[in-house]
Design a protein around this ligand. Structure first.
Ligand code: ADP
Ligand code: MG
Length: 251
């Protein structure tokens, strides 16, 4: 199995406060990895480490190693713009830009300098198809993205991410603002996307983690308590704290 990220002894501090403690984890290519754990245990913080989004937070310090393709992503050799292109991100609340559906998806490629109209058309259509949105919007590509439903907006954000041809898609509670039907559509989509991409998803829903992920990491107070096959985590966890959490005894 191919590894996408190898994380070793990763510590992260917000000022004096340590938010991640000695994280060790391998994240595998073309798999879905879920991060679960109670609120405030560091799931989003760790997710943001993987495309260096924490660089934007003042007072945030990191040590340890995150290896991607043989290079420490925190070394000076890493081109951050390139890293964030390869490691795209989808947020909790759908955040389409206030522009047309087409322009949302074309935004990234245009920023990279692509002007060829035919090429842009191709990318937009292909990305919307991959995000399982095309059929619902093909007759209104030039209307505002803000007119879409919440679930459609989130799939548009996934299409916008796909248009950059990433290797990895990070998703931070991507369905927590959505109703059950829209959630089911995104879950189905994630299942399809893993053929092409490595997916890492933070979810507060253990049902969701067990439905859609191949691997699960259980976080508690900034530590990874247990990381394993999702089936193992939910059937025969090794650590008592994992068992207590998945059986609903806390959190
Ligand atoms: P989770 O996503 O598991 O709910 P977070 O990663 O958001 O947890 O937060 C982990 C810890 O780091 C929490 O104690 C939170 O208050 C703290 N934290 C998160 N973001 C920041 C920040 N920008 N500045 C300072 N502390 C933060
Ligand atoms: Mg979070």
């Amino acid at each position: 199995m191919e590894t996408c990220f190898k994380v070793k002894d990763l510590n992260l501090y917000y000022g004096e406060k340590q938010a991640l403690k000695k994280i060790q984890m391998n994240i595998y290519k073309n798999k879905v990895t879920a991060f679960i754990g109670p609120s405030g245990c560091g799931k989003s913080t760790f997710l943001r480490c993987l495309n260096r989004m924490n660089d934007l937070i003042e007072g945030c310090k990191i040590d340890g190693l995150i290896d991607k393709d043989g290079i420490d992503i925190y070394s000076s050799k890493t081109d951050i713009v390139d890293l964030r292109t390869k490691v795209g991100m989808v947020f909790q609340k759908p955040n389409p830009f206030p522009m047309s559906i087409f322009d949302n998806v074309a935004y990234g490629p245009r920023c990279q300098g692509l002007k060829d109209k035919k090429k842009l058309d191709e990318i937009v259509v292909k990305s919307l198809k991959q995000a399982a949105l095309y059929d619902e919007v093909s007759d209104r590509l030039h209307e505002s993205a803000l007119g879409l439903s919440g679930g459609q907006q989130q799939r548009l954000c996934i299409a916008r991410c796909i248009a950059m041809e990433p290797e990895v898609i990070l998703m931070d509670e991507p369905t927590s603002a959505l109703d059950p039907i829209a959630t089911a559509k995104i879950e189905e989509l994630i299942e399809q996307l893993k053929e092409k991409y490595t997916i890492i998803i933070v979810t507060h829903s253990m049902q969701q983690a067990s439905r859609i992920s191949d691997y699960t990491a259980f976080f508690l107070l900034g530590e990874v308590i247990e990381f394993d096959n999702t089936k193992t985590i939910f059937s025969t966890p090794t650590d008592k704290r994992t068992e207590d959490y998945i059986t609903g005894r806390f959190g």
